[in-house]
Design a protein around this ligand. Sequence first.
Ligand code: PRP
Length: 185
Amino acid sequence: MGDYPVAEDVGDILFSEKEIADRVVEMGAVIAAEVGVDPKGRPPLLVGVLKGSVIFVADLVRAITAPIELDFLAVSSYGQATQSSGAVKILKDLDHDIAGRNVILVEDIIDSGLTLRFLCKHLLAQQPASLKTCAMLVREGVREPDLTIDYVGFRIPPAFVIGYGLDVAQRYRNLRYIATYRSRE
Ligand code: PRP
């Protein structure tokens, strides 16, 4: 599973490094097959949401064996809390003009769905040719009923999870696996 000196904080391993890698390869193949160039011949633009998605994005773009461009958004975070505050604010917007582009929005995890709903509205207002959504993890009980998530890595129960980009107070993002967080509070 890989050594990391925080064993006391790591609960159950939900997905191993190998399981994640295999799933990302599958997702990349599906995305490459389904999302192509736009009417002007430009490749899709994959948009990662900082910071949690960076690990997944780095693996996913390499699993997409077709031309692709990359951009990032940063949104307000939950800080050190382990619950969604519901408030979303854009801290860093896109560098690209996405009008007429095929855009793939990539998240590490969808919890309440509020961030994704907000970002879809923000991106659709810029009139992309298409917008697809992708998340490594979707937590059961997403509260946004009309939310479409086109590409899902794994669905998980409501436990708080760490690793593969997911943090608690900025730690654990570099775990190679995804595990539940064992709070000592
Ligand atoms: C996480 C995740 C999503 C959001 C999902 O980000 O990356 O952006 O929360 O939650 P929601 O579905 O309830 O809106 P976080 O605020 O933890 O920031 P980070 O990506 O920097 O870790």
